[in-house]
Design a protein around this ligand. Structure first.
Ligand code: GH3
Ligand code: MG
Ligand code: MG
Length: 422
């Protein structure tokens, strides 16, 4: 059965189909052969025994009934000579016909010996009646017909035919017995073979079914694993390895999607471009490894500062981060930007060579607007970049926000000391 497991699903199904067809063909062939056997048996019983018995009975009745009574009546002069002639002729024709038919059935050699004897007796008896016919034909009176000779002739043939009849009845009994026995035997064999074929087919079916089921389970398991692996791969391809924040690739995908969504619902969309101040000096002062550690700490602060499910924090590259907010108006966006500049300083990452603070600080360029169909995604980014440049230019450690994408206007600039710059 190992070969079944090795088959492909299509081949397994074909094998299943082949097996069922084979089972049906075997049952069909067997059924046909058994029905033929039964037909032969019934034929043998009917034509070999029952029909001969009927024929012999009919001959016997013609001799004993019709001919015997007719001659009795003729002797008494009750019926006319022509009637007697006609009855004898018809009866003898009938007897001959039936006797020939009886002989034509299948007989054994042993039977044939007795039938030859019976044949002679019948010819002899018929000869007697033909003689009577001759008398009638020649106009002789039948009143002198010997009743004794008539009775003896009929009695003799009666004995011969009765013996034959008894024999045929015995054969019929025997044939019937044989038929019943064969019938029982055939039914037993059919039952046995059918059970064997059905059990065999079912066993293989079960095996094939199990094998298909196993294949299916394996396939499902593999599909599940593949799905998980794909998800992991997707996560990996969308995650920045150093900070575990979303990467630039994911930003491209999400930014486009969120802006489109905001355009459809005509709601606020806010974008912050965040850059670490004097990070080159940081690296120069503390080394690249410490620089990486600082990037991780900044990422942690960013994550903690934007917790809503609809807030997205990205590392866009180097020491630059992006923050995307939905449904947040300008005052709330400005508040969040200010809190971020404060949160980073609260972590107190020492930066002794910074020109603005003894700790690490951030500059943020912010854009907040209500999305409409005319909104150009690229403009949001370039305006945020401009605002970031403004924040750097005006002293760092601050955010600059605008709500106007076209007029190049700044809504407000705010430094870390909460001092608003006009
Ligand atoms: P500014 O205040 O104008 O932003 O000055 P800056 O020094 O921060 O900006 P600049 O663009 O001159 O330098 C950015 C530095 O960030 C340069 C590079 O060494 C550092 N940097 C970029 N990516 C990484 C990183 O993955 N790890 C580390 N440790 N440093 C990085
Ligand atoms: Mg930079
Ligand atoms: Mg920088």
């Amino acid at each position: 059965m190992k070969f079944i497991e090795a088959l492909k699903l299509k081949s397994k199904l074909f094998f299943l189909f082949f097996l069922i067809t084979l089972g049906l063909v075997i049952i069909g062939i067997m059924g046909r052969s058994y029905v033929n056997d039964m037909k032969k048996n019934i034929d043998a019983l009917y034509f070999g025994s029952l029909v001969p018995v009927t024929e012999l009975n009919s001959i016997l009745n013609t001799y004993h009934g019709t001919l015997f009574l007719t001659l009795h009546k003729a002797k008494r002069g009750v019926i006319s000579k022509s009637e007697v002639f006609e009855t004898i002729q018809t009866s003898l024709d009938e007897i001959n016909k039936k006797w020939q038919r009886y002989k034509s059935h299948y007989k054994t050699e042993e039977e044939m010996q007795y039938i030859d004897y019976a044949d002679m007796e019948i010819q002899r008896t018929n000869h007697y009646f033909q003689k009577v016919m001759d008398l009638v034909y020649n106009g002789k009176d039948l009143q002198h017909l010997s009743i004794k000779t008539l009775e003896k002739t009929v009695f003799d043939i009666q004995l011969v035919l009765q013996k034959l009849l008894r024999y045929e009845i015995n054969v019929a009994h025997y044939e019937r017995q044989k038929f019943l026995y064969t019938y029982k035997d055939i039914m037993k064999q059919i039952g046995f073979i059918l059970t064997f074929v059905i059990v065999g087919v079912l066993a293989v079916l079960w095996y094939v079914f199990e094998s298909i089921q196993n294949d299916h389970n394996r396939l499902e398991k593999t599909a599940r694993k593949l799905k998980i692996a794909n998800k992991k791969l997707e996560n990996v391809s969308y995650t920045d390895t150093l900070t575990n924040l979303h990467n630039r690739r994911y930003f491209n995908f999400i930014f486009d999607r969120e802006v489109k969504r905001a355009k459809r619902s005509r709601t606020y969309i806010s974008f912050m471009m965040v850059d670490i101040d004097f990070f080159k000096q940081y690296n120069d002062t503390y080394g690249h490894i410490e620089g990486d550690m600082a990037l991780k700490k900044v990422a942690k602060v960013l994550r903690a500062s934007f917790k809503r499910p609809s807030d997205y924090v990205f590392r866009l590259g180097g020491e630059e981060f992006g923050i995307l907010l939905s449904d947040t108006d300008a005052s709330n966006t400005a508040r969040l930007a200010r809190e971020l500049t404060e949160n980073i300083k609260e972590v107190k990452i020492p930066h002794e060579n910074s020109l603005v603070c003894e700790y690490l600080t951030l500059s943020i360029g912010v854009v907040c607007c209500i999305a409409d169909s005319a909104l150009d995604e690229e403009v949001i980014i370039s305006r945020a970049d401009e605002m970031l440049y403004k924040a750097k230019e005006t002293g760092r450690d601050r955010y600059v926000i605008t709500t106007d994408l076209s007029k190049n206007e700044i809504l407000m600039e705010e430094c870390a000391t909460q001092e608003q710059i006009a």
